[in-house]
Design a protein around this ligand. Structure first.
Ligand code: NAD
Ligand code: MG
Ligand code: MG
Length: 337
C-alpha cells in the first residue's frame, strides 16, 4: 500500500481555487482554519442564524450563507452531520454548483449509500482524516498531523490530484495520506467507530466502572482506574504499539492482561463484531441511521440526556475540575469550536 506525504502533493492546484467549507463543527472548523493557514482562499458556508456563524467570524474567516458559498466555489467541502447532508445538498448546494466544480466529503456515507448523486460533470472526492476534528486542528497547530484517507468517486486523475492536495493542506501529508475507495473508507470507518473506538471502548470503560462501584469501591477510585488511566495507556500504545505499553507496565499487569484480556473480548464478542461489520456492509446500519436522522435523532437525544446523569460522568466532572491543567488546553471549547 502506497503512503503519500507533503512532498507528493501539489498545493498550487488548490491555491488558484476558492474552497467553500460547508459547516463549522468538529471537522469544519479544523479544515477551514488549517486550509486558511496553508494559504488557501476559504469561505465558510453556514446558516445565518446558526451558532457557528459567530465562531467562524471570530476565528477571522470569511463567512457566507451556504448557497452563496457554493456558488463562488471551485471546491465545495460538505462537512455537515451525515444525516443532514443530502437535504442541504439538494436545496442549497446542487443548484449552485458550478460546471466542472468539485464536491468533497470527509466520510463516504452519503455517496456510498447513494443518498447524494452528484451530476456527471462534478468531481467527487474524499479527504477523510482518521481522527477527531479537534485533533485535526490541534495537531496542525503543533506541527504534526493526522493520517488522512483520500478517494475519488468520479473525476479521474484531476480529482485524485485535488484530493491529495486538499489532504496535505489540512495537515494530513505530515502523518501520511492513503488512497482508498468510498466503499472501503465508509465500511472500515463505521466498523471501527462502532466496534472499537467509540462503541466498544465506552462500553468497556462503563462496564469496568460499574463492576467496581457495584462491588463497593469508591466511584473516584473506579473513575481513575477505568477512565483516567486509559489515556496514559493509549499514549504508550500510540507511540510504540502494544509492545511499548507492555514494556512500561509491570509484569503483574502484563500477565493479567495476557491471561484475562481474551476472557473479556472472547469468541462471543468477536462474533458480534462480525455481525456489526455485516450490518455496515449490507446497508442495514445506514438505513437505521437515516431513519434516526429523518425523525430528528430521538435515540441520540435520549442517550445524551441519560449520559449527563450517569455516575461515571458526574464523578469525572468533579475530579477533572481539580486537575486545573486539563481546563487550560482543552481540545474542545464549545464557545469556539
Ligand atoms: P458536526 O456535527 O461537528 O458539525 C456540523 C456543523 O454543520 C455544525 O457545526 C454547523 O455548522 C452545521 N450544521 C448543523 N446543522 C445544520 C443544518 N441543519 N443546516 C446547515 N448546517 C448545519 O459534524 P462533524 O462531526 O464535523 O462531521 C462532518 C463530516 O465529517 C461528516 O461527514 C463526518 O462523518 C465526517 N467526519 C467527522 C469526524 C469527526 O471527528 N467528527 C471524523 C472524520 C470524519
Ligand atoms: Mg466516522
Ligand atoms: Mg494499576
Amino acid at each position: 500500500m502506497k503512503v503519500y506525504y507533503d512532498k507528493d502533493a501539489n498545493l498550487r492546484l488548490l491555491k488558484k481555487q476558492t474552497i467553500a467549507v460547508i459547516g463549522y463543527g468538529s471537522q469544519g472548523h479544523a479544515h477551514a482554519n488549517n486550509l486558511h493557514e496553508s494559504g488557501m482562499k476559504v469561505v465558510v458556508g453556514l446558516r445565518k442564524d446558526g451558532a457557528s456563524w459567530q465562531k467562524a467570524k471570530k476565528a477571522g474567516l470569511r463567512v457566507a450563507e451556504i448557497a452563496a458559498a457554493a456558488k463562488e466555489a471551485d471546491l465545495v467541502m460538505l462537512l455537515l452531520p451525515d444525516e443532514l447532508q443530502a437535504e442541504v445538498y439538494e436545496r442549497d448546494v446542487a443548484p449552485n454548483l458550478r460546471k466542472g466544480a468539485a464536491l468533497g466529503f470527509a466520510h463516504g456515507f452519503n455517496i456510498h449509500y447513494s443518498q447524494i448523486e452528484p451530476r456527471a460533470d462534478v468531481k467527487v472526492i474524499m479527504a477523510a482524516p482518521k481522527g477527531p476534528g479537534h485533533l485535526v486542528r490541534s495537531t496542525y497547530v503543533d506541527g504534526s498531523g493526522i493520517p488522512c484517507l483520500i478517494a475519488v468517486h468520479q473525476g479521474g486523475k484531476a480529482a485524485r490530484d485535488l484530493a491529495l492536495a486538499y489532504a496535505a493542506a489540512i495537515g494530513g501529508g505530515r502523518a501520511g495520506i492513503i488512497a482508498t475507495s468510498f466503499k472501503e473508507e465508509t465500511e472500515t470507518d463505521l466498523f471501527g467507530e462502532q466496534a472499537v473506538l467509540c462503541g466498544g471502548l465506552v462500553e468497556l470503560v462503563r462496564a469496568g466502572f460499574d463492576t467496581l462501584v457495584e462491588a463497593g469501591y469508591a466511584p473516584e477510585m473506579a473513575y481513575f482506574e477505568c477512565l483516567h488511566e486509559l489515556k496514559l495507556i493509549i499514549d504508550l500504545m500510540y507511540e510504540g504499539g502494544v509492545a511499548d505499553m507492555f514494556y512500561s507496565i509491570s509484569n503483574t499487569a502484563e500477565y493479567g492482561a495476557i491471561s484475562r484480556g481474551p476472557r473479556i473480548i472472547d469468541e462471543r464478542a468477536r462474533a458480534e463484531m462480525r455481525r456489526i461489520l455485516a450490518e455496515v456492509r449490507s446497508g442495514s446500519f445506514a438505513k437505521e441511521f437515516i431513519a434516526e436522522g429523518r425523525t430528528n435523532t430521538p435515540a441520540l437525544k435520549r442517550a445524551r440526556a441519560a449520559l449527563r446523569e450517569e455516575p461515571i460522568e458526574v464523578t469525572g466532572a468533579k475530579l477533572r475540575a481539580m486537575m486545573k491543567w486539563l481546563g487550560k488546553k482543552k481540545l474542545v471549547d464549545r464557545a469556539k469550536n
